[in-house]
Write a protein that binds this ligand. Structure first.
Ligand code: PHE
Length: 357
């Protein structure tokens, strides 16, 4: 019995000392292999008398089972250690700082749009929107463009192929169709601004096929040109953030307003740089007028009861004037260096409380 205990202690020590699977396998062969120490003991059972075998049998078999179990768990431990070592060696350190990347920024057009909306919101205007793909009725007919009138061509319209019924859809040439949609769906009083994309087949330093406009519409009883002038004068001072800005209204023509006007702001072009709010030059900034009675009628509003004014302006151009960009096409080139230079922080959303720009 004593040598069984000594043998087990010896084997257990050898198993614990085996540093790798090969060493462990050598211990296993030496103990449990065909001619191993434990196997030899098992074989000796055959030559024992019954009494001895009854005592030695369970003892040797128990030894064999314990040694086998110890070897198995040592093997599993070695494998786990090996896997852990491999995982540690091949680990990717995700905590390493990422290479520097250019940060995103708010495009100047969207900055100007947010500023303009926030100024009109403060004056009590709601925001209205309409589709970019329009029909002839909303873009032209309801806005008092006579059928086949050259004014339709004047807008350099992008038309789609005719549908089976002959109707041609188009990309809206201005945001004025939103006036029509609003008047058809809401009752006066109405006070909205309609920001959005507009399209004309035109491209040079001051025109791009896609550009942004914001439209304004007020419909109520007793509305007159004085309301229009006050609203736009107040707006332009707020937008350019100066009380010094001067404006003038020049007679103009739009089919959907009567009378119609263009508004100019006083500016200075001397010295090669454009300065708003000083100097003796004028710069055209927007179109406006009193809503034509035919437009009110087309939208189910009685012109004897309600009057209104409307205005529309190019937002990209207003952004360029305020923030000093010179070529409209660059605004849409998607050059990340340009955007890094001219873009605005997404966390500085313009509002009347914290300021505009
Ligand atoms: N829709 C006109 C344009 O695109 C601008 C405008 C809007 C003029 C509203 C008068 C009233 O040029």
């Amino acid at each position: 019995m004593t040598d069984l205990i000594a043998l087990e202690a010896d084997l257990t020590a050898q198993i614990a000392a085996a540093a790798d699977p090969a060493a462990l396998e050598a211990v296993r062969v030496a103990a449990l292999g065909k001619t191993g120490a434990v196997s030899t003991l098992l074989k000796s059972l055959g030559g024992m008398n019954t009494e001895d075998r009854q005592v030695q049998g369970p003892a040797i078999n128990g030894l064999r089972d314990r040694v086998a179990a110890t070897i198995a768990s040592a093997k599993a431990a070695l494998e786990t250690a090996k896997l852990d070592a491999r995982l540690a060696a091949e680990a990717v350190d995700l905590s390493l700082p990422a290479p520097p990347r250019r940060k995103g920024s708010v495009h100047p057009t969207m900055q100007a749009m947010d500023e303009i909306i926030s100024i009109f919101a403060e004056m009590g205007f709601a925001v209205a929107e309409g589709p970019d793909i329009e029909d002839d009725f909303h873009n032209f007919t309801a806005l008092n463009f006579p059928p086949k009138h050259p004014a339709r061509e004047m807008h350099d319209t992008f038309f789609f192929n005719p549908k089976t019924d002959g109707e041609r859809m188009l990309l809206r040439t201005h945001t004025s169709p939103v006036q029509v949609r609003t008047m058809l769906s809401q009752k006066p009083p109405i006070r909205i601004v309609a920001p959005g994309r507009t399209y004309r087949c035109d491209s040079d330093a001051t025109h791009t096929p896609m550009f942004h406009q914001i439209e304004g519409l007020v419909i109520d009883r007793g509305i007159h040109m004085g309301h229009l002038k006050w609203t736009l004068n107040s707006f332009i001072g707020r937008y350019f953030e100066t009380s010094a800005v001067t404006t003038r209204f020049r007679p103009h023509h739009f089919p959907f307003t009567e009378p119609s006007a263009e508004m100019d702001v006083g500016c200075d072009r001397s010295g090669g740089e454009l300065k708003i709010g000083q100097g003796a030059d004028w710069l055209e900034i927007l179109g406006c007028g009193m809503v034509h009675p035919n437009v009110l009628r087309a939208c189910g509003i009685d012109p004897d009861e309600y009057q209104g004014f409307a205005f529309g302006m190019g937002v990209d151009r207003l952004a360029m004037l305020k923030y000093g960009m010179s070529d409209l096409r660059e605004m849409f080139a998607g050059d990340t260096r340009w955007l890094a230079h001219y873009g605005f922080s997404a966390f500085a959303a313009p509002n009347p409380a914290s300021g505009l720009s």
